[in-house]
Design a protein around this ligand. Structure first.
Ligand code: FE
Length: 220
């Protein structure tokens, strides 16, 4: 696996608040109440424009999310040149298909029968939010962060993923500067599918590398 380079003086960017975005359900609802109350007061006093707040929330909920990553993966599956470019530089490749807000921190890793990539942030919860949105709770859990490095096969099994012994598993440790998106193997049974249809089956967990995409069985 890659060396972990979380230096002590290393600045994690917390602008997206992914370390505090999710929690216990009761905490969350209390948080929502507090946020709503604060929002109301600020809006009443004329400090903030509710429409602008809605826009920010919508950005995180809809415009930024795993559908961005899925679009990249689907294109990579159907266009070998695009895939090469994506593996070389995610930001430049993304710009070519009109995704201009990816930034330069994301690296693409291609899963193959010989090698399976899985991503973690052992120190905290660095995550490629520009392509996958907000991280799932399990990604931030101590259990995942500590175990996936030591026993990746067992952790993958917990996610229902069993790989052949001949498949090498590589665990990649994220940092604020370097984040990863996994290009899963294209499932059999998807030959001839449109890019849009392909994108619809690319899951977030497969792009983190904890699951593989199952073969698609066509109904007769
Ligand atoms: Fe982190």
């Amino acid at each position: 696996m890659a060396d972990h380079d979380h230096d002590d003086d290393h600045q994690h960017d917390h602008d997206h608040h992914h370390h505090h975005g999710e929690g216990h359900a009761s905490e969350l609802s209390e948080m929502q109440i507090r946020v709503r109350a604060l929002e109301t007061i600020l809006a009443q006093k004329g400090y903030v424009d509710p429409a602008a707040l809605d826009e920010i929330v919508e950005t995180y909920e809809k415009r930024i999310g795993p559908h961005i990553g899925a679009k990249l993966v689907a294109r990579a599956w159907v266009d070998e040149d695009f895939k090469k470019e994506l593996l070389k530089d995610v930001a430049i490749a993304s710009e070519r298909i009109g995704l201009t807000e990816i930034g330069s921190h994301v690296i693409a890793l291609e899963n193959k029968p010989s090698v399976h990539h899985v991503v973690v942030c052992t120190l905290c919860s660095c995550y490629p939010w520009a392509v996958l949105g907000l991280p799932p709770t399990w990604y931030k859990s101590y259990a995942y962060r500590s175990r996936v490095v030591k026993e990746p096969r067992k952790v993958l099994a917990d996610f229902g993923t069993t790989l052949p012994d001949t498949t090498e598993i590589r665990v990649w440790d994220s940092t604020a500067e370097t984040r990863f998106i996994v290009i899963p193997q294209r499932p059999v049974g998807t030959e001839g599918w449109s890019e849009e249809r392909l994108a619809s089956i690319v899951s977030r967990d497969a792009m983190v590398g904890v699951t593989v995409l199952q073969p698609v069985i066509q109904e007769a």
